[in-house]
Design a protein. Structure first.
Ligand code: ADP
Length: 541
């Protein structure tokens, strides 16, 4: 008979994270730029008390365990209180991306069946438009004080600070089953309707532990951490949990995410570590370079959500900032891999180590991955063979919320990404399966083409998409936004590719545009671009 261990069985609960932060890092600060315009400061001790009051307020509103509570909010202390108050009491914190279309937001609120929705002042007009389409929402809570409540509104509003003030904080976090649902995020649904990933307390706490490890995000109590990635984008990649878990100072940038505002906050609050999608760092880098600035304390950043152009890694390294390339997805809580060098890479030249850092990296403990061919046969880890990437682990979804179809293949989750894995276990995404360019039966990686283009000094942003070709079926078209006041011709750009990629990978044409459409999470929206250029006639056609 099996011999059981004799250790306490303490459930892994989200409330234990904030309780730990309040008890052991009670005076550590949380600084937030508010929608009201000013900077707000308080401590983990204050945050936990107000989260308890929030849990009491929710109970007073009739919210029960398992009920969904929505948020439409920036990164700020009140949003953090909701994260802990809602999940801590056993309800489900459902963060909604306010950059989605109003119809999508209404669809998501109704699909999740949110009983209450909390929102920042910025989103009042959005809420007034969406509310009539969400009949099951019992109340819309404006995350501010009485002074900022509108004199009149088409929607019946509750006031956040009044809800908190009505409570005494005399509340014990309940003992929950660690497998209870804690939070809910919907994929952005670039194709079809958005789908919900329902996380548990257990999956969240395990993900927080693993993501804080030195070869992952490497968070410590000595850090000052500013997540630029929004709390509505896969829970800001778990930072609202992993930062209190290690007791680091947390800086929340609110609605101001332009380069100048983020830089100012970095310097003022002595930020050491940050996280965001590549488009955010484009803005920050442009501001820093144009004004000849330096970072006094900022030393590390994780960048992910889409492939980080090598030119961006170089530019940040030149400013003494280490770039940790990260890969993951909503369905993975989100972290799957992070890219850090191994001891054996110490001796490498700058250029050779850069090559390693361009990859999406190695898995965190907890995640297992494999690449397979079209028949589902596992491919070798030689850094060359590429195929469909599948993953499994305790913080990867088993199924979507309120959806009967089984997304798994033999117990593995298919990511929709195409990748290689090298003998050291470094994974590199070559493309999203729907973005690869299939030229005459061979595949061209749109990411590789974009990476070359992004290194050209006149290029601000570049997307490579497939366009119909009568002979080759598909050929690459490069769509480019130039840097302000920079000049470059189609011919110069195409020449720039020579010697950098196989000849037949060089795009057939370049289209200059004033902007590239971005998704609600700041990624280049290739579906829309392909649609925009669907009747484009290549000069080679
Ligand atoms: P959505 O893009 O639909 O909002 P996610 O944020 O979950 O949803 O995106 C997950 C996808 O983003 C991954 O499957 C992958 O295609 C892409 N992605 C994430 N990180 C990276 C990265 N570092 N390099 C390349 N692609 C990435």
């Amino acid at each position: 008979m099996a011999l059981m261990g004799q250790m306490m069985s303490a459930p892994l609960l989200i409330s234990s994270i904030i309780r730990h932060a309040a008890r052991y890092y009670g005076s550590t600060e949380i600084v937030s730029r508010r929608t009201e315009g000013d900077l707000h400061r308080y401590t983990y001790r204050d945050c936990e008390l107000r989260a308890r009051k929030m849990a009491q307020a929710l109970a007073a509103l009739g919210v029960q365990q398992g009920d969904r509570v929505g948020t439409l909010a920036w990164n700020g202390y009140r949003h953090l209180e909701i994260y802990y108050g809602v999940s801590g009491m056993g309800a489900v914190c459902h963060t909604i991306n306010p950059r989605l279309f109003p119809e999508q937001i209404a669809y998501i609120v109704n699909h999740a069946d949110d009983g209450y929705v909390f929102f920042d002042l910025t989103f009042l007009p959005l809420v007034e438009g969406v509310a009539p389409h969400c009949p099951n929402v019992k109340g819309w809570v404006l995350m501010s004080d009485r002074a900022h409540m509108p004199a009149e509104s088409k929607v019946k509003l509750l006031c956040y600070e009044e809800l908190i003030d009505a409570q005494d904080g005399n509340y014990d976090w309940p003992d929950l089953d660690e497998n209870q649902a804690s939070s809910l995020c919907y994929t952005s649904g670039t194709t079809g309707n958005p789908k919900g990933a329902l996380y548990s307390h257990r999956s969240t706490v395990l993900h927080s532990y693993a993501s804080a490890l030195p070869d992952a995000l490497g968070c410590s109590a000595r850090d000052v951490i500013l997540p630029v990635v929004p709390m509505f984008h896969v829970n800001a990649w778990g930072l609202p949990y992993s930062v209190p878990l290690v007791g680091a100072k947390l800086v929340l940038p609110g609605p101001k995410l332009d380069g100048a505002s983020v830089y100012e906050l970095f310097e003022q609050e002595k930020v050491t570590f940050s996280a965001g999608v590549p488009t955010v760092w484009l803005g920050l880098l442009q501001h820093v370079q144009a004004n000849n600035l330096k970072f006094s304390t900022f030393r590390r950043t994780v960048i992910g959500g889409s492939a980080v152009p090598p030119a961006m890694i170089r530019a940040l390294r030149a400013l003494d900032v280490e770039v940790i390339h990260g890969w993951g997805m909503t369905e993975m809580s989100p972290l799957g891999t992070t890219c850090k060098l191994l001891a054996k890479h110490e001796e490498l030249s700058e250029e050779a180590s850069q090559k390693v850092l361009e990859k999406q990296g190695r898995v965190l403990f907890g995640v297992d991955m494999k690449i397979v061919d079209g028949d589902g046969k596992e491919l070798p880890w030689d850094g060359k063979a590429f195929g469909d990437l599948l993953v499994r682990g305790p913080w990867i979804i088993e199924r979507y919320f309120r959806n009967d179809t089984n997304p798994l293949v033999d117990g593995w989750f298919p990511t929709g990404d195409v990748a290689t894995i090298d003998p050291d276990g470094y994974m590199q995404i070559t493309d999203r399966s729907k973005d690869v360019i299939k030229s005459g039966g061979e595949w061209i990686s749109s990411i590789d083409i974009e990476n070359v283009a992004a290194a050209h000094p006149a290029v601000h942003m570049a997307a490579c998409i497939s366009v119909h070709h009568p002979k080759w079926d598909e050929r690459p078209l490069l769509v480019v936004v130039k840097k302000p006041s920079a000049e470059v011709t189609r011919e110069e750009l195409l020449k720039f590719f020579e010697g950098k990629v196989a000849k037949w990978w060089i795009p057939d044409d370049v289209a200059f545009v004033s902007e590239i459409p971005l998704t609600a999470t700041g990624k280049m929206q290739k579906l829309k671009l392909r649609d925009q250029f669907k009747d484009y006639r290549l000069p080679t056609a």
